[in-house]
Design a binder for this molecule. Sequence first.
Ligand SMILES: O=P(O)(O)OC[C@H]1O[C@@H](O)[C@H](O)[C@@H](O)[C@@H]1O
Length: 290
Amino acid sequence: MESLRLLVMETYSSLLDRELCINEWAQERLSFAEPFWRFMSIYLEPSVLFNLLIPLSGIYSQELLTHLLSAVTLVSTLNSFEKWIYPEMRPLWWLREQYAKGQVLNKPQVALESNNLSCETSGGLPCAHSMTFTVFILILASFFFVHCWQRYVYWRSSVWRFFLYPVIVGVVVCMWLSRLYLATEFLHQCVLGSYFGIRALNCFEGNIKYLYSRRRRNAVVVVTILGGIAVGVYFLKLRLSIDPHWSVREAFKWCPEATYMRHEASPIFVLTRDLGNLMGVALASPLSKQ
Ligand SMILES: O=P(O)(O)OC[C@H]1O[C@@H](O)[C@H](O)[C@@H](O)[C@@H]1O
């Protein structure tokens, strides 16, 4: 059993080491588009989706607003729970930890630059930017497609779909590259973020009638239980001598400048934000009669 554990740990460590090279490649080769990578991470992050882009979508239709708000909130809450329960390393923490433990021999194999956007205080897996943005863009694209399909006859040609799919994949990959360039995420964290987002969205769409027709009281009880689970995880971790604020401490340890850290991106803050949004959706329930 012990040898199996060691094998898993070694495989995992070598995977992270290899993935560091991808971050390094991104920083070396993609610096020409730095303003764009920064734009993706700053203006398309989950909080901006909640505070600006989702409310603005209400201009088009209330249905789109409700759809985006409930789906992105659910997905973001899942993400925050994962980060709260099991925070994973980020590239810069992993690299610096290895230096600190002397595991990188004389010549450093990888060099990563940190900056004001690299100082995230939550765990890396799954990437919240990729997860929420993938869901956001998929819902937006499907509404856009249906809108054009109903209004323009020429849009019914399958040619448009061949254009639309690469555009969706392209913008999601740009979000991954942005996170890799800023060295905030490993590649697997971005890919899994989008994958989990798509799976969660499928599940949401499959049960949308059921979810939308929940009574307010039931929905509020479920969100309250989720809040209780979050608090329970905190005390369980304390009991098991696991530091619930491990990721914040890692950020403090390795961030080049303490003022770069944002309290509003810390695990507790993000979890509270998402549960607050979810409570808002619960209080507005039932979202549709039926
Ligand atoms: O996991 P990522 O993409 O590095 O994001 C970390 C945090 O970044 C913040 O900007 C978001 O508001 C949070 O929702 C998110 O958890």
